[in-house]
Design a protein around this ligand. Structure first.
Ligand code: NIG
Ligand code: FE
Length: 411
């Protein structure tokens, strides 16, 4: 039986099914309907319109959204939420003056998380990760991409990907899995990088593909991590198994990762804290979605992706959390939107577009998520009573979410 939401102060992000992403000046527009209704049936958006045009229909439940906004749930296209423990110690080390790179160089960082994860059972890892997933769902996230990458052995990478699969089976939220074996070189391969690249290509990838455990392949393409040549070989191998590339690029240095991503039709290139004019030019007219991760910049105190320059050059932009234990221990998309407005000078319209329609594109779910469109999943947020949608990024730190629906059911 259907659910009807009535008297919606403003229904946000109404789109025609043909729109899969918005770019450049289009990002300034957020299509809305004031004083609206929304009808949910069978987990999908059945209809919406002006209250004046509401017709009689037998429904199960009516929700009065007087004074409230209704919008599609956030899509978080970049996370690493399957990890073990935390890195609070390194947080304090950074407060005391060490840099993220210095901590990584002395065996901390990703290797520290990998050690913890290797010693954690699959069950325990599932429990820890489920808690994070429940937390982000309550914060309005209705679809999430999750990467492996804190295993760094065949066994531990498989453990992460199996946990992701189990989460996808046990929770209503849409989950997309990414294989990120190329996240860092394990210490035993410190002087044998080729050995690890070989392990990824010839051992991990075939196993992951045969168990159908991932849809995307990622590489941390960065100085001190994976070079352009190594990244290229790994994504090419991934593509032979049908995995679509989504790459970590330009976090600290611009070394050609964007050019590589575009060359291989990466679905997205993520981080982008350091961008050259050439990098921006390369992304023009490509199918690759640039993804910015402002909470990572906030937490590490590194530059923010130059969103203004990118959008003003006509590019699309998506926003994601990067939820992980080292650079972003937060999965709060509401904070991401606020930070994008406050620190990256995106307008509320641009930030909401970046976290919904463009974010859905960055995880290949535009057909079902990212907008209020008839036939798409009824994944929606009902806010508390607020003055306008600009209040969402403005009142940073406040929880303005009243209800979250995933597949038409309140969570
Ligand atoms: O996206 N940059 C690479 N990977 C993660 C952080 C890894 C870590 O510090 O644990 C990121 O920021
Ligand atoms: Fe990341």
């Amino acid at each position: 039986m259907p659910t009807l939401i009535t008297n919606i102060k403003e229904l946000l992000q109404i789109r025609d099914g043909s729109v899969s992403r918005v770019s450049g000046s289009e990002m300034k527009t957020l299509p809305t309907l004031k004083n609206a209704f929304l009808l949910i049936d069978d987990g999908l958006i059945k209809d919406f319109g002006k209250m004046d045009d509401l017709y009689k229909i037998p429904v199960n439940e009516v929700i009065n959204a007087q004074g409230k906004m209704v919008l599609p749930t956030w899509c978080d296209s970049h996370t690493h939420i399957v990890y073990a423990g935390n890195r609070e110690g390194e947080f304090v080390d950074r407060i005391n003056g060490l840099t993220y790179e210095e901590i990584a160089a002395k065996g901390g960082g990703i290797l520290n998380s990998a050690k913890k994860l290797q010693q954690t059972s699959e069950d325990d890892l599932h429990k820890q990760s489920a808690k994070r997933l429940e937390e982000v769902m309550a914060l309005g996230t209705g679809a999430v991409e999750i990467k492996s990458g804190y295993g760094l052995t065949t066994e531990a990478e498989l453990k992460i990907l199996r946990v992701i699969k189990k989460l996808a089976e046990n929770y209503p939220i849409t989950i997309k899995a990414t294989f990120l074996g190329a996240h860092a070189f394990p210490s035993e391969f410190k002087n044998n990088e080729e050995g690890y690249v070989d392990l990824i290509i010839n051992k991990m990838l075939p196993k992951i593909a045969s168990e159908n455990l991932a849809e995307f392949i990622d590489v941390f393409c960065e100085k001190g991590y994976f070079s352009i040549d190594q990244t290229e070989r790994i994504i090419v191998a991934g593509k032979t198994y049908g995995l679509i590339p989504k790459i970590h690029v330009n976090q600290f240095n611009s070394i050609g990762g964007i050019q590589l991503g575009v060359k291989y039709n990466a679905l997205s290139v993520d981080h982008l804290e350091v961008m050259t004019t050439e990098d921006i030019q390369t992304l023009k007219n490509s199918t690759t979605m640039p993804v910015a991760l402002p909470s990572c910049s906030y937490f590490l105190g590194i530059p923010y992706a130059p969103a203004r320059e990118m959008i003003d050059s006509g590019l699309s932009l998506a926003l994601a959390t990067d939820y992980n234990p080292g650079s972003t221990p937060s999965g709060n998309m509401n904070f991401v939107i606020s930070t994008a407005c406050i620190k990256m000078k995106m307008t509320p319209e641009e930030a909401i577009n970046a976290a919904t329609i463009n974010a859905a594109y960055a995880m290949n779910i535009s057909d079902t998520h990212g907008s209020i469109t008839k036939g798409k999943k009824a994944n929606i947020i009902i806010t508390k009573e607020i003055s306008s949608y600009g209040f969402l990024p403005y009142a940073f730190g406040s929880n303005l979410i009243d209800m979250v629906f995933i597949d038409g059911k309140q969570i």
